[in-house]
Design a protein around this ligand. Structure first.
Ligand code: GTQ
Length: 350
């Protein structure tokens, strides 16, 4: 060891008891020249997860579990309950006659329904049926419970901004003490009031920064998405895409989670694209090949994939595909830090 090194080491050792560290030893890690994302690209196959979730259905009731969910924990983020660096996701099961009791938390949630015949969720006094492909959101702070009046298992994907809330260490949660909250509004009320292209004469925001519409039915979303084909060319980087919007400000559906749908017609291959948001996707229809930094993943109906931010990606549809996407883009945009790059031409992005 050279004398300089030894002198420096001795100096650092004397800083330590005073809770001081020399920035110059940390600088590169602290302020990286470009994003280094810890998330591992990973696929959860529906065919493998579903039987395990049904097994959990035999082991305990939804009420006992409070929420009977298998958490998608990214293999590179073990112990953190995160699907990627900033978001929580899991697959939830409710069986006929069960309820997941009413509770509320600061974290916001979205749910993308995979399988349901008679499942429903109640949010802030309104009930919404859950049907395959519907997006149902639970704004932070809103009471919510889930139930099932129908047949067969009801299965959906949960995405929550819990990790971000916990970075700020401002999470609260509370149980109502009842299986179900009181229903005070008619079914479809929020969609009628805010989601028909019209708005109340005196706009108000029942859920602060989150969209006042809490159920976005698949049928409508899918029709809109596929209608684009009649008059538009697909975006070469994204395919045909529409995002779930907050009608009050035109922004994303939730303040910390973005959600959108894309459609890739059979044979379409997207051009190289990358963005800083931590993403996930669910295959709603068809099959798709995702190439991420040279690694290829084949995804089929209901498979779920974690996508790290800032890695080059292309998508190829082996058959007509509809994908549900979620990410922390909404939070990044609000904080002014989101960036994207379309095409790897080497052009500077900032
Ligand atoms: O349905 O309220 O996957 O509170 C994790 C936490 C679902 C829910 C989750 C939750 C919920």
């Amino acid at each position: 060891m050279s004398n300089t090194t030894k002198t420096r080491r001795d100096f650092y050792a004397r800083l330590d008891p005073g809770s001081l560290v020399p920035l110059w030893e940390r600088m590169k890690g602290l302020v990286p020249p470009e994003p280094k994302n810890k998330t591992q690209a990973y696929v959860w196959r529906f065919d493998e997860v579903r039987p395990l979730l049904l097994e959990a259905g035999d082991l305990l009731t939804a009420k006992e579990a409070e929420r009977r969910v298998l958490v998608f924990e990214n293999p590179a983020l073990q112990g953190t309950s995160r699907i990627n660096s900033t978001l929580y996701a899991g697959m939830q099961l409710i069986l006929p006659g069960e309820t997941a009791p009413a509770h509320r938390h600061v974290a916001g949630a979205l749910r993308f329904i995979l399988e349901s015949d008679g499942g429903y969720t109640a949010v802030a006094g309104e009930r919404a049926d859950m049907k395959r492909g519907d997006l149902v959101i639970t704004p932070g702070g809103a009471w919510h419970d889930h139930g099932h009046d129908g047949e067969g298992p009801c299965i959906w994907i949960d995405v929550l901004d819990v990790p971000l809330v916990n970075v700020f260490e401002c999470g609260f949660s509370e149980e109502l003490g009842e299986d179900q909250q009181a229903i005070t509004k008619s079914d479809g009320h929020s969609l009628a009031e805010f989601g028909s292209g019209m708005l109340p004469m005196t706009p108000y925001s029942p859920f602060a920064e989150t969209s006042p519409i809490f159920s976005y039915p698949y049928e409508r979303a899918r029709d809109s998405l596929l209608s684009l084909k009649k008059s538009n060319e697909p975006d070469p980087y994204l395919g045909y895409a529409l995002r779930y919007a907050n009608p009050l400000d035109g922004g994303w559906v939730m303040p910390m989670i973005s959600a959108w749908l894309s459609h890739l017609p059979k044979g379409m291959a997207t051009q190289p694209y990358r963005a800083t948001d931590n993403q996930g996707l669910v295959v709603s229809e068809g099959s798709v090949k995702v190439d991420l930094d040279g690694q290829t993943f084949e995804l089929h109906r209901n498979d779920v994939m974690a996508l790290p931010g800032w890695k080059w990606r292309t998508l190829k549809a082996s058959e007509d595909a509809i994908l549900f996407h979620f990410s922390d883009r909404s939070a990044q945009e609000k904080l002014g830090i989101w960036k994207e790059q379309r095409g790897n031409s080497g052009a500077a992005i900032w």
